[in-house]
Design a protein around this ligand. Structure first.
Ligand code: CS2
Length: 486
């Protein structure tokens, strides 16, 4: 691939043939290829070292077929409106699909060459209760891994087995870093791994405590699912077919908790920020940028829009989101030295207007049950505790419910909701019919999503009932207009 590249495409400026694997990444999707792999490519350029990435997918999509024949190389398009910049990233040295059988993944993760494992396995990959962060012990994948710890299938199970193999062989330490959009992602990863290890062997628990680190990290770059048009663009513009193209916006951010075990890549040399506490950064990002995305996704579907950038041309939706962020979200955020929250909101909204980033509302709506907790419910709970209004933040929560209750039938649009709670909520809807109060009560009673303190708040419940009534019965734009005018 590299020798034939046109000069308009940037390429690795280090000796790729000399690159050795030093870390692994679980979940090589568009996000990893646009974010951590690019940071690593920058680091290899700035100071070459043994930090090649072994990419592992334990869930679809398979990556060997796309990245294997390309020797791990792929094109990263950076797009903003009509501007596009292409660069080939070289940091992934090999890829492994390890789906039906985790042996291939375990072999990599237990190897003494690997010092760091990063992961983007989506919110549900941790098999935790979104409301509290605890491991779901009766999750089918966890039940399987408890019975067969040496042939695990879940991400926590695979990591525990890899740690056990390290303990029993070379004993080298390992840093395990989650790069998913869940709050305190390092603590959650530590807690699910710890909970499984506890059921296995106290000696393993002690070894993990002494030899593994679970830093939290906040990652940010909008990198939607790749479309056929993106593959075709590369072929037409640059003259080659790339099966693993990714598209991202110019903005990128990575804030990493300074808590590591053993060797660790100096990503802070190439733009990442090392901090003692990531929490304020993750709240800022998840509540503002992700909160806006989730809100626009549901309201956008109801209004008949396809992408976030289309939602951002709808004055009513923009007015609503802006009010929600400024009036209800911003006051929940802790100050961060050097960050002006109002500027951050404006910058986030500007990013969402980028017309070259075709981020489908339905993609963002996927797995909403795992996303709304950190994006909407946590700020709602904090405001309720302080006796503050949650009228605006409740709207997207009701919209999420309506999206799952086949609201499509009401607006003449059709979609299949992709969410681990879709079936449960469809069953509730079958039982309760269109009665907004009964629906709200039954959905709010799902305690893995809604903490009892939240579910029992009369103010929040009333907002949800109002929102549901409107989203299920009348024109959603009317309702939004009335909320905006309140
Ligand atoms: C999006 C995120 O699909 C989603 O849930 O909200 O993937 C979002 O684009 C990234 O977190 C941006 O960093």
């Amino acid at each position: 691939m590299l020798p034939e590249l046109p000069t308009t495409v940037a390429r690795p400026r280090y000796d790729r043939a000399a690159l050795k694997p030093g870390m692994a990444h679980l979940g090589v999707g568009a996000f990893h290829r646009s974010h951590q792999a690019e940071f690593t490519d920058d680091l290899l350029t700035a100071s070459f070292d043994r930090w090649g990435v072994v990419g592992i997918n334990v869930r679809p999509p398979a990556i060997e077929a796309a990245l294997g024949p390309q020797d791990g190389l792929y094109t990263r398009l950076m797009r903003e409106d009509d501007k596009v910049e292409a660069r080939v990233i070289g940091s992934i040295v090999s890829v492994v699909d390890s789906r039906a059988d985790s042996r291939a993944a375990l072999e990599v993760l237990a190897s003494p060459d690997i010092d760091v494992v990063t992961m983007t396995v989506t919110e549900k990959g941790y098999c935790h209760r979104p409301a509290t962060g605890e491991l779901i012990l009766d999750h089918p994948d966890i039940v399987h891994d408890l019975a067969k710890p040496e042939a695990p299938g879940s991400v926590p199970g695979i990591l525990v087995q890899a740690l056990e193999m390290r303990r029993r062989s070379h004993g080298r330490p390992l840093t395990l870093m989650s790069c998913d959009n869940i709050p305190a992602n390092g603590a959650i990863l530590n807690s699910v791994v710890g909970a499984l290890a506890e059921r296995r062997d106290p000696a393993l628990v002690r070894w993990i405590e002494a030899n593994a680190a679970f830093p939290s990290s906040m990652v940010d770059r909008i990198a939607p699912a790749v479309r056929q048009a993106d593959y075709d663009f590369v072929a037409e513009a640059f003259g080659y077919r790339d099966q693993a193209v990714v598209v991202g916006e110019p903005f990128r951010q990575w804030v990493i908790e300074n808590r590591v075990a053993g060797r660790f890549p100096a990503w802070d040399r190439v733009g990442a920020t090392l901090v003692d506490d990531v929490e304020a950064f993750e709240h800022l990002k998840m509540r503002v940028l992700n909160g806006a995305q989730t809100t626009l996704a549901y309201l956008g579907v109801f209004a008949g829009h396809e992408h976030t950038c289309d939602d951002m041309t709808d004055p009513l939706l923009v007015r609503f989101v802006r009010r929600m962020l400024f009036e209800e979200t911003l006051p929940t955020l802790a100050p961060i030295l050097g960050v002006d929250p109002a500027t951050y909101v404006e910058q986030s909204l500007a990013r969402l207007r980028n017309t070259a980033i075709r981020h489908r509302n339905h993609q963002i709506a996927t797995d909403g049950s795992q996303k709304i907790v950190q994006r909407l419910l946590n700020p709602i709970l904090e405001r309720l505790r302080r006796g503050q209004s949650v009228t605006l933040l409740s709207v997207p929560v009701a919209a999420w419910m309506a999206y799952l209750i086949r609201a499509s039938e009401r607006f003449g649009r059709a979609w299949t909701a992709d969410d681990p709670y879709a079936e449960r909520i469809a069953d509730i809807a079958d039982r309760t019919g269109n009665d907004a109060k009964a629906l709200a009560d039954a959905i709010l009673a799902i305690d893995t999503i809604f903490r009892p303190e939240l579910a029992q708040s009369p103010v929040f419940r009333e907002n949800i009932v109002c929102g549901l009534k409107a989203f299920l019965a009348s024109d959603p734009t009317e309702y939004l207009r009335s909320v905006c005018e309140m």
